[in-house]
Ligand binder design. Structure first.
Ligand SMILES: *Cc1c(COP(=O)(O)O)cnc(C)c1O
Length: 429
């Protein structure tokens, strides 16, 4: 990619080039949008080898697409994994991963500090498949150990956990997963590989909502699965999707055939093929464009967020600020280990005057957008108690980190002085 010497290309080079080359027929330098449903076979033998998994190539965009393939290779390179799989959304990525691992009656252990949508998915949607979540406390590693049973098939955590600025001890949980003989899945959405590379700390699979900082511009929903290539799927036969012959592919055993990227292949040829949440190549194009500037954006997001958190911490209206980048924060040491370049851009703070002050602030701000997303160039704000967590009782709200006083922000890339001024006027107004 950058000459013949032995040096591996650095992060920014990968963010711009990994997976891409000038289009072989037109010379187009940017990755084209291959807006097509299907691809012509060379001949009958070629078609047969594609369908039999004897050759790699394009068949139908539900299973794979050349624009998406560039995105897959790029995110896998940034995370240090062996292969990636682009999916329609972050939630679909989680679902396809679990579909490869779980059978009815199985269990998985998950950190209870997760994105609210994941808590819903695990508590409700998965129950219908007979996949049972057992919750553990990221502040108490022994709770993960206690939650493991012979039915456990994986452990699921977030690196920086949404929404409260919780940092999970990835290496600590990874040791527990290894002892239990199950893969560790890390949702790395809030950190992105610019801030943290979970595979370096023992994760086996990384999932992303590309919708957030990787795409980065608030314009496209997307998801990604990265295979770390680290897990032995054949040991003890606990993962039959990977370790047993597949009748629909002439008895191929995926782990035996595809080795250290078998998990990504299984997600594609069993998950995506049969369940169908394909990513639009147009979204892949927009997300690829976003990733080219990932390091510049993430660093600015973090720098702005730290300044805003420092300012909030000094304000008389504010009871507390939960941002791991602040010295003295409960997670400050963990964030220095796992995200040394910055503590991300999503955090919560509490208003002394509770619920009404929260409603007032989100109503008063002008630069901040009041909405349910994170990871946009724009600064975003939400008062969970009056919106996303409205249906819960007060006790449940507090338990979910969405008490009446809590505000969540995702700090954008505007001038930090303008962001602070907007909060100042919002608090006063
Ligand atoms: C948004 C988000 C998801 C879900 O992703 P979608 O792309 O909205 O499906 C999962 N995990 C985290 C941490 C998120 O922020």
């Amino acid at each position: 990619m950058v000459g013949n010497n032995e040096r591996n290309p650095g992060f920014n080079t990968l963010a711009i080039h990994a997976g891409a080359q000038p289009d072989p027929t037109t010379g187009a330098r940017a990755t084209p949008i291959y807006q097509t449903t299907s691809f012509v076979f060379d001949d009958v033998d070629h078609a047969a080898s594609l369908f039999g998994l004897q050759a790699f190539g394009n068949i139908y965009t539900r299973i794979g697409n050349p624009t998406n393939a560039v995105l897959e290779e790029r995110v896998a390179a940034l995370e240090g994994g062996t292969a990636g799989l682009a999916i329609a959304s972050g939630h679909a990525a989680q679902f396809i991963v679990m579909h490869n691992l779980m059978t009815p009656g199985d269990e998985f252990v998950a950190s209870k500090k997760l994105y609210g949508g994941s808590i819903n998915q695990f508590n409700h949607a998965y129950k219908n498949f007979g996949w049972n979540v057992v919750w553990a406390d990221p502040d108490d590693l022994s709770s993960f150990e206690r939650a493991v049973t012979p039915k456990t098939k994986c452990i699921f955590i977030e690196s920086i956990a949404n929404p409260g600025g919780v940092i999970t001890d990835i290496e600590g949980v990874s040791k527990i997963a290894k002892k239990a003989g199950v893969p560790l899945i890390v949702d790395n959405t809030l950190a992105t590989p610019y801030l943290c590379k979970p595979i370096d700390f023992g994760a086996d699979i990384v999932v992303h909502s590309l919708t957030k900082f990787l795409g980065g511009h608030g314009n496209s929903i997307g998801g990604m699965i990265v295979d770390g290539g680290t897990f032995n799927w054949s040991r003890e036969g606990r993962y039959p999707m990977l370790s047993e012959p597949r009748p629909e592919y002439q008895g191929i055993v995926l782990h035996e055939t595809f080795g250290n990227f078998a998990f990504a292949i299984a997600c594609r040829v069993l998950g995506l093929r049969d369940l169908g949440p394909a990513l639009s190549p147009f979204n892949a194009f927009l997300i690829l464009t976003g990733i080219e500037t990932l390091s510049l954006r993430m660093q600015k997001h973090c720098d702005n967020a730290l300044k805003v958190a420092e300012w909030l911490a000094k304000r008389p209206e504010i009871a507390w600020v939960s941002y791991p980048g602040l010295p003295g924060d409960k997670y400050h040491n963990l964030v220095k280990k796992y995200c040394p370049k910055g503590a991300g851009a999503v955090f919560t703070f509490g208003l002394k005057d509770g619920y009404d002050a929260g409603v007032k602030l989100v109503s008063n701000v002008k630069l901040f957008s009041h909405l349910a997303n994170i990871g946009d160039t724009r600064s975003l704000i939400i008062h969970p108690a009056s919106t996303t967590h409205r249906q819960l009782s007060d006790a449940q709200k507090v338990q979910a980190g969405a008490g009446p006083d809590v505000i969540r922000v995702s700090i954008g890339l505007e001038e930090v002085d303008d962001i602070i001024q907007d909060l100042e006027e919002g608090l006063a107004g």
